[in-house]
Design a binder for this molecule. Structure first.
Ligand SMILES: Nc1ncnc2c1ncn2[C@@H]1O[C@H](COP(=O)(O)OP(=O)(O)OP(=O)(O)O)[C@@H](O)[C@H]1O
Length: 597
């Protein structure tokens, strides 16, 4: 018994119930009291039928008619008030469950490491969070109404039935177990169908998200038919599963109805046969019995369906809880300390790293980024440059080796202190769907308008922002949809500059700008970042020739490093990359000159 309780308590259902009751105990206490009152009033009403009918049929009982009438009104009044209270309080507690669970999941998601989001699709997370929380609410509702109101009502009505007609009640209870067995049989299929339905719903969200994000690709490659086919397939599957579930859930009702019909007929036959030799029942007793029997039908139907519903809801609850239980992919060290601020030296010592335990994409790198200097990372695509940024920002931990900022291992630093030191502009600019000014302000919530404008001016964004319909208050749309790639990038640069961090990581940060703007932004960055450790990843080598150090990365290893003049003199990897770009530019130039002639 204790073992069974422990098992239940540690399961999803037990955790949800205990957690919800602990948090919303008051609401549930009121709702449960109200349900007890509903059950008592229902059974009381059936019981009163005996006196009601007798008062109408027998002359000596007639004088009680007014008292009985008052009693009936009283009972139904209690039931009405109790039903209302139960619904309102249960709904309040339910709404709170949805809100708490969703907030809890989101908090957990925010704590998750970056790799978690590469491994878990957004559509999946979305489904679990929204649908899962609704399922949690549904489950508690079913448990509370099923176990308390319906079960108590049933018990009360059964008591009335036995009190009035024990023999006839016996007839009814022969058929009861058959019903229970029949419903149990149905349960088996529900869980599988629900799981499949969840998967198809995730596919619908995925198609919608991909359509919204990739509409230009869909249009340009005429993928409409293919997308429509995917959506058709997903919605059809959801439709089919929904029908399957309804079919299963709906069988329980008619089975009960049939059995109830059979029971009533049986009762009639048995009562007219006068079996048992006892006194025949009075009209009132018989009426009270039949009323209780008929009233028992609805709660009995719900109780019989309860298990099917619980099974179905448990699928959603399971997905929600399994998301909550997932390990954090990258944790702050338990005794994390704030980084002690130094000049901003960064060192990678014997660092090897692979994504998800695959082949190493960083292979035993030893690299020093000198404080307040600019280091450029160059090399072929896929060489591991952006991964180095991810490691410095501690989005991932190295498999072996350490990364130090001012001589302190970043794995022992608090996330807040590490990230407050770093500012970053990535290859893909992300803007929130709010105004321009808010998008820049995210970097430093306390910044004044003047500081924001100064950052925007340095990023050469001020001119175009001022030309926008509402200037800095213009809304940028979902992920900056209303702006051009170069404009978005300049806002991202302004944001990074506003942060005034002493380490600045720029991953192709000016790639979306035309050459003229790129040079202007670069000049501004050069002046503004004199006291900052800058690491810049650039494909256009002309933009990094002035760097204090250039590091060539290839297949996760450092193949060459030094200043541009030095590297260009050597016939090494940098020279090769440079010549490649240079000859290409020259070829383009001469081609355009030929065309001009
Ligand atoms: N999230 C990820 N999961 C698994 N592998 C990844 C992930 N991100 C990058 N990789 C792999 O790691 C390698 C290095 O990628 P990285 O983005 O660091 O290269 P890069 O030098 O910055 O390339 P580019 O110049 O094209 O931006 C690539 O082979 C890439 O396929």
């Amino acid at each position: 018994m204790i073992a069974a309780w422990r098992k239940w308590r540690s399961g999803y259902m037990g955790r949800l119930v205990v957690e919800s009751f602990k948090a919303q105990g008051k609401y549930y206490a009121v709702a449960i009291l109200a349900m007890v009152a509903v059950a008592a009033a229902t059974a009381g009403a059936a019981f009163m039928m005996e006196y009601t009918v007798d008062a109408m049929t027998s002359p000596e009982s007639r004088r009680w008619a007014r008292v009985i009438a008052l009693g009936i009104i009283g009972l139904f009044l209690v039931k009405a008030i109790a039903s209302y209270t139960q619904s309102v309080f249960l709904a309040r507690a339910g709404n709170r469950i949805v809100a708490t669970q969703q907030a809890k999941v989101y908090r957990k998601l925010l704590r998750q490491g970056v790799s978690y989001f590469s491994g878990n699709e957004s559509s999946n997370i979305l489904m679990r969070t929204t649908n899962g929380a609704q399922a949690a609410r549904g489950l508690i509702d079913v448990l509370a109404t099923g176990f308390v109101r319906d079960t108590l009502t049933l018990v009360g009505l059964i008591a009335v039935m036995f009190y009035q007609q024990p023999l006839l009640s016996g007839v009814v209870f022969i058929v009861g177990p058959i019903a229970i067995y029949g419903v149990r049989y149905l349960l088996k299929g529900v869980r599988n169908i629900m799981q499949a339905e969840f998967k198809s719903m995730i596919e619908i969200i995925r198609v919608l998200q991909e359509t919204s994000a990739g509409i230009s690709v869909i249009k340009v490659f005429s993928l409409e038919d293919r997308m429509m086919a995917r959506m058709d397939d997903a919605v059809k599957k959801v439709e089919k599963r929904a029908n399957d579930i309804v079919r299963l859930q709906s069988i329980a009702g008619p089975i009960m109805e049939l059995l109830a019909g059979a029971a009533i007929a049986g009762v009639l036959v048995v009562s007219t046969l006068g079996i048992g030799g006892s006194e025949p029942p009075t009209a009132g007793q018989l009426m009270s019995f039949i009323t209780a029997l008929l009233m028992a039908y609805e709660p009995a139907k719900r109780v019989s369906r309860m298990r099917v519903q619980i099974e179905a809801l448990m699928v959603g609850v399971g997905l929600l809880f399994s998301l909550l239980d997932q390990d954090i992919t990258l944790k702050e060290s338990p005794n994390a300390r704030d980084l002690v601020k130094g000049d901003g030296d960064i060192n990678m010592n014997d660092v090897t790293f692979s994504y998800n335990g695959g082949v190493p994409v960083i292979d035993n790198i030893n690299l020093a980024f000198e404080a307040k200097k600019t280091t450029a990372l160059v090399g072929q695509s896929g060489g591991g440059k952006s991964t180095i940024f991810g490691l410095i920002m501690r989005f991932y931990d190295p498999d072996t080796g350490t990364i130090e900022i001012d001589g302190q291992n970043i794995q022992h630093a608090s996330f807040a202190s590490l990230r407050s030191r770093i500012s970053f502009v990535g290859q893909e600019t992300f803007l929130f769907a709010t105004s321009v000014i808010e998008n820049i302000r995210f970097a430093a919530p306390d910044a004044t308008k003047e500081e924001i404008v100064a950052a925007a001016k340095a990023a050469h964004a001020h001119e175009f922002i001022s030309d926008l319909p509402e200037g800095y208050d213009t809304q940028v749309g979902e992920n900056g949809a209303f702006l051009s790639g170069g404009q978005k990038q300049r806002i991202a640069i302004a944001r990074a500059l506003l942060r005034k961090a002493d380490i600045l990581l720029l991953d192709e940060a000016t790639s979306a700008l035309d050459s003229e703007s790129e040079n202007l932004v670069k000049d501004a960055l050069d002046t503004l970042t004199r006291d900052v450790t800058v690491i810049v990843i650039a494909h256009r080598l002309s933009t990094v020739l002035g760097a204090d150090k250039i590091v060539v990365v290839k297949d996760g290893a450092v193949v060459e490093q030094g200043v541009a003049t030095e590297l260009l003199e050597k016939d090494g990897a940098f020279r090769a990359l440079y010549d490649q770009q240079f000859s290409r530019t020259n070829k383009q130039k001469s081609a355009s000159e030929d065309a001009a002639e």
